[in-house]
Design a protein around this ligand. Structure first.
Ligand SMILES: [Zn+2]
Length: 318
C-alpha cells in the first residue's frame, strides 16, 4: 500500500484562515493549502473548504474538520467567531457528499489538543488539559486516556471558568471569566481604557507587519521584552487569573499535564508554561508531582494534524 492509500485530510477552520493538509498515518503533513475564511456565511465557508481539499495532491480515505464552536452530532451548534453562523449548521453531509469519504467534526480547541496528543507535547498523557491563549482562551481535555468533549460537545472551556465572581465583563456576556483577563481581545480593551485614563504604554506603538491594527501575540511579546509597565501588569493579571482557573481545574480533574498553546506560547516558550504552573500552585489542594506544564510543539499545524487524527480515529474506531 502506498503512502497515499492511507492519507487523511485535516481541516482547521479559524476566524481568520482555513488551513487544510494531507496527513500521513505518521502525522506528517505531505501537502497543504490555505485561504482566508469567508465572512459571508456557512455556504461560502463550505465551498472554500471543498475547493481547498480538492487542490491537495492525493486521495484521502477520510476527512476531519475542526471548527471554533460548540460541535455536537455532526452539527456546529454555535460558532461565535465566524460571521453569519447564526443557527446550527450541518457540516458532515455536504462534505461527505463532496469528498465521498467519512467526515468527522470537532471543536477546534479539542482538535488542537488531539494533534498535540498524537504528535506533540501531549503525547503519552492520560489526563491532559490543553490551554490555548489567543484572541480568546480555549481549551480541550483528554481524560483517562480518551478525548473528552462532554454531554453536548462543550467541555474544556477553561477560558470561561469564573475566577472572580462579578469581575470583568467577558465576551460570553458573563462576568469574571478567565478569558475576561487573559484573552487578547479583552486585554486590548483593558489596555485601551487604561491609556484613555492616562497610562502610558508602547503597546499601541509596536507594529506587527501582518496585522497592523491588532495587538497580536507578537506585539505583546515585544512589549513584555521591552519591560513595558502596562503590558507587564496586564500580562501578570492574565497569568494570575489563569492560575486560579488552572488550580481549581486540577482540583477537579487531577491532571498529569497542561499543554499551553497559541501565539503567546510560541513567542514566550516554556517560560510561559512555568509561570502558569507557579500561578496555579497556590490554588491546588496539594502540589502534584505528576503534574507537568509544557508548551505546545506543533504550532499552527496542531489544528490540521489534530483534525487528521480525528478523521483517522473515526474510521478505525470499533
Ligand atoms: Zn466567559
Amino acid at each position: 500500500m502506498s503512502t497515499t492509500d492511507t492519507t487523511v485530510v485535516g481541516i482547521d477552520v479559524g476566524g481568520t484562515n482555513i488551513e487544510v493538509g494531507l496527513v500521513t498515518a505518521e502525522h506528517t503533513v505531505l501537502d497543504r493549502a490555505k485561504a482566508v475564511t469567508p465572512e459571508t456565511g456557512p455556504d461560502d465557508v463550505l465551498q472554500t473548504i471543498i475547493d481547498l481539499v480538492h487542490s491537495l495532491d492525493g486521495d484521502p480515505i477520510a476527512v476531519g474538520l475542526g471548527i471554533p464552536g460548540v460541535v455536537h452530532e455532526g452539527q456546529a451548534l454555535t460558532v461565535p467567531n465566524l460571521v453569519g453562523w447564526t443557527h446550527p449548521v450541518g457540516l458532515i453531509a455536504p462534505l461527505s457528499d463532496a469528498f465521498n469519504v467519512p467526515v468527522s467534526l470537532g471543536n477546534d480547541a479539542n482538535v488542537g489538543l488531539l494533534g498535540e496528543w498524537a504528535a506533540g507535547a501531549a503525547r503519552g498523557g492520560r489526563n491532559v488539559l490543553g490551554l490555548w491563549m489567543g484572541t480568546g482562551v480555549g481549551g480541550g481535555l483528554i481524560l483517562d486516556g480518551r478525548p473528552y468533549t462532554g454531554a453536548r460537545g462543550a467541555a474544556g472551556e477553561i477560558g470561561h471558568v469564573v475566577v472572580l465572581a462579578g469581575g470583568a465583563l467577558c465576551s460570553c456576556g458573563r462576568r469574571g471569566c478567565a478569558e475576561a483577563y487573559a484573552g487578547r481581545k479583552s486585554m486590548r480593551g483593558t489596555a485601551t481604557a487604561m491609556v484613555a485614563a492616562g497610562r502610558e504604554t508602547s503597546l499601541f506603538d509596536i507594529r506587527d507587519a501582518e496585522e497592523k491594527t491588532k495587538l497580536t501575540s507578537k506585539v505583546w511579546a515585544a512589549a513584555l521584552e521591552d519591560e513595558d509597565a502596562l503590558a507587564t501588569e496586564l500580562f501578570g493579571t492574565a497569568i494570575d487569573m489563569l492560575g486560579v482557573a488552572l488550580g481549581s481545574t486540577n482540583n477537579l480533574l487531577d491532571l498529569d499535564r497542561v499543554v499551553v498553546g497559541g501565539g503567546l506560547a510560541e513567542k514566550l516558550g516554556q517560560d510561559l508554561a512555568d509561570r502558569l504552573h507557579t500561578a496555579a500552585e497556590p490554588w491546588m489542594l496539594q502540589p502534584s508531582p505528576k503534574l507537568h506544564f509544557v508548551v505546545a510543539e506543533l504550532g499552527d499545524d496542531a489544528g490540521v494534524v489534530g483534525a487528521a487524527t480525528l478523521a483517522r480515529s473515526a474510521i478505525i474506531a470499533p
